[in-house]
Design a protein around this ligand. Sequence first.
Ligand SMILES: [Zn+2]
Length: 269
Amino acid sequence: MGIRLTNEEILAILRAADEIIGQGGRTLLAKILKGSRDKKVLELGLDLCPTYGYFRAQTLEQIMEKVDWMIHHDFLEIQFSGKLPMLVFTEQGWTIERSQIVEELLKEWDAWLRKGVAAVDMSYLKERNRGMVLELLETVKRKRASQYVPFLEQWEKIEVRKVREAIRETIAALRSEDGLSSLDGQHKQTEFTVPGLEPELLKCRECGERFQFEVEEQKFYKSKGFAPPKRCPKCREKKWFRNMGIELPGDDRRGIVRGKRRLTWISMV
Ligand SMILES: [Zn+2]
């Protein structure tokens, strides 16, 4: 009780959970975060997770408390596989984790570009979670990051039809951007390093109202690797109350969402 996790801690736990989602429970997750040398942890290669040992200085019990906080606050939940309680993402948890993975993948692409790597085996992206893959392509498009086209082209060759089409569409969008900006050599770089300097008008998926996504907010969301908010500030606040277990009058959406999201959020990462 009484604990409160920072955004960074939430991200770290989600990242570790991703390694075992649908396959492991609370204890295994806590062991990853503890940096445990447990046989199972090592056998599954979980010591390679970027947030392995994130809570090294804490006791397993303290870490379990954080894991339970994540469950209580609707980032993770327990589903039974037979008699075994397994962790799965909630909608909220998966939305955040998906963006985090997209950022991680793009950082790797950036590293390849810096090293001048030209030919890459892109098969590691095959059979990854479809929602994540589509968000990756959306992000590349939004950033107008045409430097990734060589990777996209190699990836396209090995993909299944649906994803192949999405990759092709992304490449085409990036190429037409490139054509427009070819008169100005600086343009591309500027676009990429200082994206979205204008407030965006977004539509709330809960109440349908338009709301302003301010530049400062955009920077914060980006630095955390979060996708843009899906709800207006008012609905976000309501959601926060719901997550804290405070039901506001006339609010029955949680039940609806809970009912239909079973097993949809299993990640293939
Ligand atoms: Zn709203």
